[in-house]
Design a protein around this ligand. Structure first.
Ligand code: SF4
Ligand code: SF4
Length: 127
């Protein structure tokens, strides 16, 4: 199963870590359903985004936290911490059956994001 390295610059998210890392155990990338058929990168979004200013964001973050041995080991070894990626954007050329992302690395963006739809997978490329 593929698992791209996730680089994320959405520093408003509870899962964001300096160094453009994502500390979530798993993220899901979706399409904005509004327009239907043809996706652009601006229509993709990270469903695991959790605005750090909302009430209860600690609870939300803890439900999906990459905690425990893997994180501390990764810190000690200086390896990249990266979540599992599940993607439902089948118009993307990196998309694979089983909702996998076949890219080596994805870049999640969203300047001043306050909600899920403010985030994008910039790596999206139309088939
Ligand atoms: S927006 Fe998505 S990829 Fe970025 S830190 Fe949050 S959960 Fe991770
Ligand atoms: S690069 Fe494509 S397949 Fe991978 S997460 Fe982004 S939209 Fe999904």
């Amino acid at each position: 199963m593929s698992n791209p390295i996730v680089k994320c610059t959405v520093d408003q998210c509870t899962h964001y870590m300096p160094g453009d890392q994502c500390m979530a155990a798993k993220i899901s990338v979706y399409n904005d359903e509004m327009e239907g058929n043809s996706a652009k990168s601006a229509d993709t979004q990270c469903k695991a985004f959790h605005h750090r200013k909302t009430v209860g964001d600690m609870i939300g973050a803890l439900h999906n936290a990459n905690v425990g041995g893997s994180v501390s080991a990764a810190f000690l070894e200086g390896t990249q911490i990266t979540p599992a990626v599940e993607c439902f954007v089948n118009e993307c050329k990196f998309w694979d059956n089983g909702n996998y992302c076949g890219a080596d690395q994805i870049h999640v963006t969203g300047t001043n994001a306050s909600k899920t739809t403010d985030t994008d997978c910039e790596t999206f490329k139309k088939k």
